[in-house]
Design a protein. Sequence first.
Length: 176
Amino acid sequence: MSIIEEKSFDIRYTRLEDGAFLKKWLLEKGMLDHFSMDGEKEVDEMLKIWLGFSRYKSSLTACYKGVPCGIATLFLMPYIKLVHHSLVYLVVDPQMQRKKVGTSLLKNIEHLGKNYFRFEKLGFEVFGDGEIKHLLEKHEYKKIYSQKRYVKCGENSYKDRSYYEKKFIAGKKDDA
């Protein structure tokens, strides 16, 4: 399958039942290389947090032909000093990568963050040589810092982390 037009996707708020798809994608070979999680137990713990944001309508699911194929979530901060920004997690079904699903989710989660939650900036953690960095750079995210050996993954194995951020112009709303 080649690139699919963005118009063929349905973007909706994430539901708790989308967690089964998210878990399946994360546990596919090589996917956890791009996250700080290691193994099914850590994925299960993270899913509780991740899907919990769906109750605040800060998570979006992309569907193709009615089937979830990607999820982007704004991790809301409970502290008043931090409510102006959010960390974002974005995952696309490995079978649907490079088909504009990530681009569509990124545009929609930015719109939600900027216009509904009124965030001034969004940030992404990129672990290892995460493929998402190319998408982020294309959409004007800047690398703020990198940390070597940030997460320990095994006896003598570590992942580096880079942090990418995009600031929004105050008072400027999306056209979308």
